[in-house]
Ligand binder design. Structure first.
Ligand code: FES
Length: 250
């Protein structure tokens, strides 16, 4: 690849705070280098062509989850998507679908943050063990039970890919359910019934129609669709138990 090759990035620009009614698309030419990800192209624009372009990023290595955008219509991490894989372009870059846009490529994640807190993604104990009794130990097999779900980086690609969330954003959504399930599966946790009460509500797991786009979009190999099916099973079992053995339900 020669040093002079370039590729066009067609980027959604939108400043509702400045009175703009609709997003528009603007073209920028950036160098097409073999080791450049889309994020490098955005940084080139910001540094060399147009300092007003707004977007989020931090780690540049697929860890922080802040650089997710729609690239040619697909939700992807811009730091993990190489320009050469998108040549000859133009490459269309838009903010993540299904979220309100704050400015250019930055979306408002308030709704997700609220839902994440609701599903209680932390260790819950009926009774805390005194510190002097030591840590809660786990076997490698117990760790393997939930490890996959702990890889979520909150990048929101799964919400941008989810047609159910796109139609009705009251749905709790894939990442929040996967992270709740991560704690349900943790041998140190005793909060599964608390979470199930929340996830078995109408806007919880039953909204999911098992399209599976969330798992396909995940850049970390997490399977939110699988988590949702497992929580559905647990909810159905709990409902059957309370019907057949009402004295057992609390
Ligand atoms: Fe952190 Fe892309 S910049 S995941």
């Amino acid at each position: 690849m020669g040093g002079d090759e370039r590729i066009t990035l067609r980027i959604a620009r939108y400043r509702p705070d400045e009175g703009e009614a609709e997003p528009t698309l603007a073209d920028y030419e950036v160098p097409l280098r073999g080791d450049w990800a889309v994020l490098d192209g955005l940084n080139y624009i910001k540094d060399e062509l147009d300092g007003t372009l707004s977007y989020r990023w931090s780690c540049r290595m697929g860890i922080c989850g802040s650089c997710g955008m729609m690239i040619d219509g697909e939700p992807r991490l811009t730091c993990a998507t190489f320009l050469t894989d998108l040549a000859p372009g133009p490459v269309r870059i838009e903010p993540l679908a299904n979220f309100p846009v704050i400015r250019d490529l930055i979306v408002d994640l308030t709704d997700f943050m609220h839902k994440l807190g609701k599903v209680r993604p932390w260790l819950i104990r009926d009774e805390e063990r005194p510190v002097e009794e030591g840590e809660y130990l786990q076997t490698p097999a117990q760790l393997d039970e939930f490890k996959q779900f702990s890889m979520c980086i909150n990048c929101m690609l799964c919400y941008a890919a989810c047609p159910v969330y796109g139609l009705d954003n009251s749905f709790v959504g894939p990442a929040a359910i996967a992270l709740a399930h991560r704690y349900d599966l943790d041998s140190r946790d005793e909060g599964d019934r608390q979470r199930l009460t929340i996830l078995a509500q109408p806007e919880g797991v039953w909204d999911c129609t098992f399209v599976g786009e969330c798992s396909a979009a995940c850049p970390k190999g997490v399977d939110p669709a699988g988590a949702i099916q497992q929580v559905k099973l647990a909810a159905a079992q709990e409902a059957a138990k309370s019907l057949l053995l009402p004295w057992r339900s609390r």
